[in-house]
Ligand binder design. Structure first.
Ligand SMILES: C[S@@+](CC[C@H](N)C(=O)[O-])C[C@H]1O[C@@H](n2cnc3c(N)ncnc32)[C@H](O)[C@@H]1O
Length: 226
């Protein structure tokens, strides 16, 4: 693709060969470098998260990553834990080479009690109906199966500003967000038949570009569906 000034400055070496002038996009290498830097950051962040999640999974767990995005977290868990993964998202495709299904964002296209573990990494606040999505996750989990949730928390006015900024960036793609505090999420999980196995506040500085308060839950599916 040609870009403004770059086109004006570009070499017209094609004319020397007697053909059409050939324009050289001088910004293309810079764009390639930027794309590579973004992908490296995504892959490295996903590796750190996968390392954190791995101890909460049984070996070779049947694992569903809901809202998998790039799919790199699930992809790393195949290597780290032998997980048999499936990713679902509302997006058209995923980047990592994992089995992937696109769905409409409400009803998970799987039978009851299919998975040993489910991930919801920074996804619930994007869902149009988080209560329904958590109930769906509980339905597809085996009794005793685990749900790992990462969420942003609107605690201080600065957090609320960051949540507002995040919503503004995503609104056109996935609609308005629902940010709850820790007690709010606990109530949603409890109503769906999920008990809290572990909960931990995370450092704001794990993502210096978005230093919002964060929480990580590990939940367990209680014996029978509520
Ligand atoms: C902030 S990204 C997180 C991606 C990935 N989980 C990660 O941590 O790298 C949020 C993802 O949730 C997806 N999403 C939004 N609404 C969803 C829904 N109702 N069900 C599943 N995924 C959804 C978006 O398409 C996006 O890929």
């Amino acid at each position: 693709m040609m870009v403004g000034r770059a086109c004006a400055l570009s070499a017209r070496d094609g004319s020397r060969l007697g053909g059409e002038p050939r324009f050289v996009d001088l910004l293309a290498p810079l764009r390639r470098v930027a794309r590579r830097a973004v992908r490296r950051r995504q892959v490295a962040r996903a590796y750190d998260m996968a390392k954190e999640i791995a101890p909460d999974l049984i070996p070779e767990a049947q694992l569903l990553d809901v809202g998998c995005g790039s799919g790199f977290i699930a992809h790393h868990l195949v290597a780290l834990r032998g997980a048999r993964v499936v990713g679902v998202d509302v997006a058209r495709t995923t980047e990592a080479a994992i089995p992937y299904t696109r769905y409409e964002g409400r009803y998970l296209p799987f039978d009851d009690a299919t998975f040993d573990a489910v991930l919801l990494c920074y996804v619930l606040h994007h869902s149009a109906d988080p209560t329904l999505l958590v109930r769906e996750v509980r339905r597809v989990l085996r009794p005793g199966g685990r749900l790992v949730v990462y969420e942003d928390l609107p605690i201080t006015p600065f957090d609320r500003f960051l949540c507002w900024r995040h919503e503004a960036a995503w609104r056109a793609r996935t609609g308005p967000c629902t940010f709850l505090d820790e007690a709010g999420w606990r109530a949603v999980f409890s109503a769906a038949g999920l008990s809290v196995h572990a909960v931990r506040r995370l450092s704001r500085w794990r993502n210096a570009g978005n230093p919002v308060a964060r929480v990580r839950f590990v939940l367990e599916a209680e014996g029978s569906l509520p």
